[in-house]
Design a protein around this ligand. Structure first.
Ligand SMILES: Cc1cc2nc3c(=O)[nH]c(=O)nc-3n(C[C@H](O)[C@H](O)[C@H](O)COP(=O)(O)OP(=O)(O)OC[C@H]3O[C@@H](n4cnc5c(N)ncnc54)[C@H](O)[C@@H]3O)c2cc1C
Length: 373
C-alpha cells in the first residue's frame, strides 16, 4: 500500500491536510462522535481512521438489543456498584437510545418495539417483587417511565421454553438490525462530508501545544483534536480501568418457532432473539472470564458447547436446529459500567468502555465527547 508521502498533491490536500478533528475507530462511537462534532462545528474537517476494511470490534457484530437493563442484571449491579452510578449509567443508555432513534429513524434501522423478557432460571434465586416495585418507582421518579418491569405469567405458554421459573417483561426495550444501523450512520457521515480512511491503523500519537501528530501504518497526519473511540482495543491507554471482553454469537438456520422479541437470562450474560425465522443466541462469557479477556476474534469451544446446550434444552426444547452463522466480537468492560468520557490532555479525548450496551449508550457518548472541545 502507498505511504502518505507517495500520495498526490490532491490526495494529501483532501485527506491529510487541515483536519480539525481526527477520530480513531469507525464503530458506533467513532461515527456518532463524528456526527456530533459535525453538528456542533459544521465547517470543520473531520476524518475517521479505521484499521480494518469494516468496523471491526463490536458495532457490526452485536445482537441488536436496544436494552438499558434487566432486573436480574440491575440487582447484581446494585450489589457491586454505588446506586447513583448505576442510575447515571441507565440515564446515559436511555438518552443514547433516544438520540440513536432520532438520528437514524426507527424504520431505517428496522427498530421493533417488541419488548424484552428477563428469564429467571429454575436454579436461580427468585427476584423479590418488592425489588421490582422499587425499580419501577425509581424509573418513574427519575425518567418518567411507567411500569417498566412486569412479571409475565404467560411466558411459558407463549414461547415454549424449558427451565425458567419466571419472566419479567420490559415494554420499553426492543431490537434493531445492526447492519442497517451502522450503514445508516456511515451514510449520514458521508452526507455530512466526514471522510474515512479504512485500512489505516493508528500506531501512536504525540500531542504538542496546539495539535496532535498521528502516526499510522501509512505515515503521519496532523489534527487539532484526536478522539480515541477504540473501546475494547484501548487497554494500553487505560490499563487499570478497562479490559477487552470477547462475546460469542450463534445464529440458527431458518426454522419454525414461536419466539418473538428479545430475551436475557443469567444477569444478562445470555441473550437471544428472533431474526426472522432464525434464532440468535449469544453470551456465556461468565463461564470463562479469563480466556474471554481477549481481543482475538476466536471461538471458545467451552462457551460454544454451553450455548448449544441452552438452545437445545431451554430455548428450543425438543426441536431440531442447525447453526448457520457464528462469530465473536470484542466488547470493553471494567470494574465500573459507566463509560469513560475523558480528555487525556488539551487535544486528545477518549470515549471507551461501553460495556455490553454500546447500542444504547454509544450515541450519548459521541455527543458528550463532542462537548469536550
Ligand atoms: C457479540 C456482541 C453482542 C452485543 N450485543 C449488544 C446488544 O445487543 N446491545 C447493545 O447495546 N450492545 C451490544 N454489544 C455491545 C456493543 O456492540 C458495543 O458496546 C459497541 O458496538 C461499541 O462500539 P465502539 O464504537 O465503542 O467500539 P467498536 O465497535 O469495537 O469500534 C472500535 C473500532 O476501533 C477500531 N480500532 C481499534 N484500534 C484501532 C487503531 N489503533 N487504529 C484504527 N482503528 C482502530 C476497530 O477496528 C473498531 O472498528 C454487543 C457486543 C458484542 C461483541
Amino acid at each position: 500500500m502507498l505511504r502518505f508521502d507517495q500520495l498526490s498533491y490532491w490526495e494529501r490536500e483532501q485527506y491529510l491536510v487541515g483536519n480539525t478533528f481526527v477520530i480513531v475507530g469507525a464503530g458506533l462511537v467513532g461515527m456518532s462522535t463524528a456526527l456530533s462534532l459535525h453538528e456542533r462545528f459544521p465547517n470543520e474537517k473531520i476524518t475517521v481512521l479505521e484499521r480494518a476494511y469494516l468496523p471491526t470490534g463490536a458495532s457490526t457484530k452485536n445482537a441488536g438489543f436496544t436494552c438499558f437493563g434487566s432486573p436480574s442484571e440491575l440487582q447484581d449491579d446494585l450489589q457491586h456498584i454505588p446506586a447513583e452510578k448505576v442510575w447515571q449509567t441507565i440515564e446515559l443508555r436511555l438518552s443514547g437510545l433516544e438520540l440513536l432513534r432520532k438520528r437514524i429513524g426507527a424504520p431505517a434501522m428496522h427498530y421493533r418495539n417488541c419488548g424484552s423478557w428477563d428469564l429467571i432460571g429454575t436454579q436461580e434465586p427468585p427476584i423479590d417483587s418488592g425489588f421490582i416495585a422499587e425499580l419501577n418507582a425509581q424509573f418513574k421518579m427519575r425518567f418518567d417511565l411507567d411500569e417498566v418491569y412486569q412479571e409475565d405469567p404467560h411466558f411459558q405458554q407463549k414461547f415454549g421454553f424449558n427451565g425458567y421459573q419466571a419472566a419479567y417483561f420490559n415494554r420499553h426495550e426492543g431490537s434493531i438490525d445492526t447492519g442497517k444501523m451502522i450503514a445508516q450512520l456511515y451514510q449520514q457521515c458521508v452526507a455530512a462530508g466526514i471522510q474515512f480512511l479504512f485500512a489505516t491503523e493508528v500506531i501512536q500519537w504525540m500531542a504538542s501545544a496546539n495539535d496532535v501528530i498521528v502516526e499510522t501504518t501509512h505515515g503521519e497526519l496532523t489534527a487539532q483534536h484526536l478522539f480515541l473511540c477504540t473501546n475494547g482495543f484501548a487497554q494500553a491507554h487505560f490499563p487499570d480501568e478497562l479490559r477487552p471482553a470477547r462475546a460469542q454469537v450463534l445464529v440458527t438456520k431458518p426454522l419454525a418457532h414461536r419466539i418473538k422479541g428479545t430475551f436475557h437470562s443469567d444477569r444478562g450474560y445470555y441473550y437471544f432473539r428472533d431474526v426472522g425465522q432464525r434464532i440468535l443466541l449469544g453470551g456465556g462469557r461468565h463461564l470463562d472470564f479469563q480466556t474471554e479477556t481477549s481481543t482475538a476474534f476466536e471461538k471458545n469451544e467451552r462457551i460454544r458447547a454451553a450455548l448449544l446446550h441452552k438452545l437445545k434444552e431451554e430455548i428450543l426444547p425438543g426441536q431440531a436446529f442447525e447453526i448457520d452463522y457464528e462469530w465473536s466480537g470484542i466488547m470493553c468492560v471494567g470494574a465500573e459500567k459507566k463509560p469513560i468520557i475523558r480528555s487525556l490532555n488539551k487535544n486528545v479525548h477518549a470515549g471507551v468502555r461501553m460495556g455490553g450496551m454500546g447500542v444504547a449508550i454509544g450515541s450519548a457518548v459521541g455527543a458528550a465527547l463532542s462537548k469536550l472541545v
